[in-house]
Every structure is written in C-alpha cells, then in structure tokens.
Write a protein that binds this ligand. Structure first.
Ligand SMILES: *Cc1c(COP(=O)(O)O)cnc(C)c1O
Length: 345
C-alpha cells in the first residue's frame, strides 16, 4: 500500500531525476576536497545564501553542532529559543561534546524571541558570569507552527549581535520555506547572520544532507571539526548530486506545498472536534488540537488514519502536526481530509 505520508517533510524520497543524477554523478574523495559534485554543491549553496563558503554535512544536527563548536569554548553561553530544535531536539550535543551552556529564552507564539529578552540575557563581564558568545534563531520556527521570522526581525537581532560583539547563527533547516512565504530570497533573509544551516533532506526532497554556510575561516574550521566528529565523507558526490537538484529545482516549488497546506487546513476547519491554530499555516505545516469533547486519543486517531492509508504523527498529547511536501498532491490533501472526517465521526 502506498501511504499518504504527512508525518514530516523528512519522509520525502528522491525523485527519479535525483536517482538518475546520483547514478551518474562525477565523484572523488571529498576528504581530499576532490569530489567535483560536492564542490559544486558547496559553491552554489554559498552563493544562494550569500556567504563566502559552504560545507556539505550528513545532517542538520551536525551542521548546527559544528557552528556552535566553532564559535564557543567550554563554558561559553549561547542564547537559544526554549522551543528551538537546537535546545530541544539535538540530544544536547553541544553540552555533551563541548560543555556549551545554553541560555533558553521564551519563544513567542510567532516564533520570535523578544528583543528585550535577548538583550537582558547577554551576560555582563563579571567573575560570576558565563561568557555569552552566540545568538541562535530558527527560521522557520518549527514547533511554533513552521512560522517564518521576518527580515526586519532578523536585522534587529543582527544589530543586537553586532552591538554586543556576539556571533549570530541561523538554524535555517527550512530557510527556503521561510523565504518563499516572505517572498524574498534566502540570501537576503540570512544576510544579518554570520552563518546558517539548511537541510536538503526535508522539503527540498534530497535523501541525505544539509549545508552549513558562513565565512571562509568559519567553514575551514567547521571542516576540521566535521572530520573530528567522523563526518568526513568520501565519494559523497552521489549524495551531493541529489542536493544540486534540491537547490536548483526544489527551492522554487515550495509555494505549492504552502498552498496545499492552506487547502488542507481549510478542509480540516470544517471537521467537528479539530481546533486549528489561528493564522496557520504560514508554510508547509498544519498544526491542530483535539477539542476537549473528543474522546479518541491521538494514538487511536493515528491508527485509524493509517488503516485509511494516511500516516500522521501527533505533536503532543492532544496535538497533531501534518506536513505537506513534494509527494503530497491535491488528491492526497482531499483523501486526508476525508479520512479524518470519517475517523472523527
Ligand atoms: C530537522 C531539523 C534540524 C536537524 O536536521 P537533521 O538533518 O534531522 O539532523 C535542525 N533544525 C530544525 C529546525 C529542524 O527541523
């Protein structure tokens, strides 16, 4: 059975064009920086994000971790959102591996950190204090509804970082979704930041990989640390070949996923017992809660949906997140809404 899989945009399998490009990719040993396909992907990624250089990494988690390791020494502090992926969903890697001290700040419902909260969190020079090194933002902010953070907001945070001599890193796992929703380029959106990470393996459909972008020296150090962590890959061009198609063709079609997410959300609003988030969705994620009177548990609903050919994942004891992507077409949206309607009766 071919499921309609809305659990995440990470479930996207490579397109036939990607498989073809992977099969025929020119490759070399990327630890020697000899892989022409990886090199091309890195050059094009740096250009797309407006930074000097880029590094192909196995995962977004490793991309973020490398950035933190480059900027911070043991005991240094990073300002992060309390609902950010770096703080909640990266297994505490930067603490475990480098003794980095996170300073979580409340993520507002629109995904931002209040500028006043950021300013207040920056430590003054005092023998009692940690040393604040870095501000991290997530764009789109996944757990706040996949919301994009505006260019004005990014610029305001960039200004705070510069005024306080801090670095500024963007977890842009879905930065192209943010740029699409805001109708600006990803390059403009990350211009206020020193570095950014974006995932090829989510809405951009590649099977594996993420990109870290930043200044030349930053990437040089990150490449060294990637080797240290065991992430130096050899003929990685077979993966980068799919990534090139992500960058060139998948970044320009995300609007379709956003339109389908809107359509799905409109349909779900009609279903009794489902409470959609206000102003949602702004990108490819539809979040909703179960009304109090609903007796079914999230697990029961997910099981019933699976029997009807639709995979969904809950995001809390009474909450779901449905994600549209390349492999979800209009018929898939209709079938999902119909299945949920049947289950909720
Ligand atoms: C998925 C994700 C990551 C990490 O990417 P992986 O490739 O899964 O390690 C980081 N940040 C955000 C916001 C993500 O959604």
């Amino acid at each position: 059975m071919e499921y309609i899989d809305l659990r995440s945009d990470t479930v996207t399998k490579p397109t036939p064009e990607m498989r073809e490009a992977m099969a025929t990719a020119e490759v070399g040993d990327d630890v020697y920086m000899d892989d022409p396909t990886v090199n091309e992907l890195q050059e094009k990624s740096a250009e797309a994000l407006g930074k000097d250089d880029a590094l192909f990494v196995p995962s977004g988690t490793m991309g973020n971790l490398l950035a933190l390791l480059v900027y911070c020494q043991r005991g240094d502090e990073i300002i992060v959102g309390d609902k950010s992926h770096i703080y909640l969903n990266e297994a505490g890697g930067s603490s475990a591996l480098d003794g980095i001290h996170p300073r979580p700040i409340k993520n507002q419902s629109d995904g931002t950190l209040l500028l006043g909260d950021i300013r207040e969190a920056i430590q003054s020079e005092d023998v009692h204090h940690t040393i604040t090194r870095l501000i991290c933002l997530e764009n789109t902010q996944n757990s706040c509804g996949g919301v994009p953070l505006s260019l004005e907001y990014m610029q305001a945070v960039g200004k705070i970082a510069r005024e306080n001599n801090l670095s500024f890193h963007v977890d842009g796992a879905r930065i192209f979704n943010a740029a699409t929703a805001l109708k600006i380029s990803a390059k403009e959106l990350v211009a206020p930041a020193d570095s950014a990470m974006f995932c090829l393996s989510k809405g951009l459909v590649a099977p594996v990989g993420s990109m870290l972008v930043g200044a030349g020296k930053f990437i040089q150090r990150a490449r060294h640390l990637r080797k240290m962590l065991g992430g130096g890959m050899r003929q990685a061009g077979v993966l980068a070949a799919a990534g090139l198609i992500s960058l060139e063709k998948m970044t320009t079609r995300l609007e379709q996923d956003h339109i389908r997410a809107k359509k799905l959300s409109e349909n779900l609003k009609q279903i009794h017992g489902l409470v959609l988030d206000a102003d949602s969705p702004s990108t490819n994620m539809v979040y909703f809660n179960l009304a109090d009177e609903v007796k079914l548990s999230v697990n029961q609903i997910a099981d019933e949906m699976k029997k009807r050919g639709v995979l969904v994942d809950w995001a809390g004891p009474r909450r779901f997140r449905l994600v549209t992507h390349y492999w979800i077409d209009d018929a898939g949206v209709d079938k999902t809404a119909q299945a949920l309607k049947d289950v909720m009766i």
